[in-house]
Design a protein around this ligand. Sequence first.
Ligand SMILES: Nc1nc2c(ncn2[C@@H]2O[C@H](COP(=O)(O)OP(=O)(O)OP(=O)(O)O)[C@@H](O)[C@H]2O)c(=O)[nH]1
Ligand SMILES: [Mg+2]
Length: 435
Amino acid sequence: MEENRLFDNWNRALLVSLQLPTKSTTEVQNSLQELSSLACSLGGDVAGLVVQVSSQIHPANFFGKGKLTEIKSILQKDNVDALLVDNQLSPKQIRNLEKLLECAVLDRTQLILEIFAKNARTHEAKLQIELAQSEYLLTRLVGLWKHLDRERGGIAASRGTGERQIEKDRQFLRQRITRLKRQLRKVEKERKTQKKRRSNCFCVSLIGYTNAGKSTIMNSLTNSSLLVEDRLFATLDSTTRLLEEDSRPKVLLSDTVGFISNLPHEVVAAFRSTLSIVKEADLLLHIIDASDDIDEHTQTANIVLQDLEALSIPVIKIFNKTDRISPTRVLLLEKLYPDAIFVSAFEERNKKYENKLGLVHKIRKKIMVFFEERMKTVRIRLDYEHCQQLANIYELSRVDNIDYQEQGIIMTLTAIPRNLDRLRHHLGSNITEMR
Ligand SMILES: Nc1nc2c(ncn2[C@@H]2O[C@H](COP(=O)(O)OP(=O)(O)OP(=O)(O)O)[C@@H](O)[C@H]2O)c(=O)[nH]1
Ligand SMILES: [Mg+2]
């Protein structure tokens, strides 16, 4: 395990979940399996999974007395040094559990924040994760402070060094949050410049649950070599590449950070700048792991899109990893999602050249048809004295036909509405639109 971790150092963990009546056994089991993947992403060992079915939360220790005795004996027997809880715990509950069980106690949010911290590569990702951590710690600190306050009788007179230290820490965190937000605003400004450059293009963004295969598909479509790994949150920043050299308009494809159920609010908020690529897209390609929990993952994507105010952007669903499900299941899904695309980016990679065009061709074609339907065709006349504008015209539109006539150059152009507006603006009275 890594040294200097944000929360406690641990090597071997027991995973626990409290199953309340609102959750089904399958939901709880799937979520625990995911928690196990999160733990493995950090390089930790998983000693086992424990579920307590209960109608209520124990206010002080979260779990009931009997279950805690069982947990404690597993911890001792199995040499476990951390308890990972798949529910949201209050700071007080974490402290009580740590005292009682004498081991580190982490909840889902803490694990996700640690993975993000470990995987952040770019300046922007690092700033964003530092912001998410600071905001998370600040809320915990407030809880801790209240807890101390109560423990000591809750009177101002009892405030000791500990509390003053917490107050100092709070101040420090607040200052850090302000500084990080300022730095992130700078990065956002740079993004706005890039956005201006992109405005001639159609922007397509890959979205979806973490580990669904977004980067693998991005690599196939754009001949890139972005990091692909069988672990959660391999990608934490956004990368944009041109989809096709010659198409007009140009189509840009972006890969970005994945989603996860119960994504902590601090993380979504902090990654707003990276995720702005999603919000500004003309089209979203939603990559879904066909072998995983489709409904849960789709619901998660919708929650994040809503949070990003991106629900109105058109979406094409792409079911990936079809090699991991039976042909009958593929047929069923095809019936259920007639507009979706079904691929296996994995098989694609293994087959190399043979059938290589399969996935790339299917997805590109769908994207092009989508945009084609939104393009407008116009016939214009350009006077010869303004023929230096031809470069602009070729940049912003597809020239379907060109005819050099006595009264000027007659062209049939197809372009996205915003580029046609731009041409009208550029050329003013130098072009005449014809019927
Ligand atoms: N079996 C199978 N595995 C696949 C397929 N596509 C991708 N994978 C594997 O799934 C894992 C995750 O792939 P990535 O492309 O990194 O997924 P991602 O959605 O970018 O994940 P994050 O960036 O971590 O959110 C890798 O081990 C890939 O090799 C597929 O079609 N079938
Ligand atoms: Mg990725």
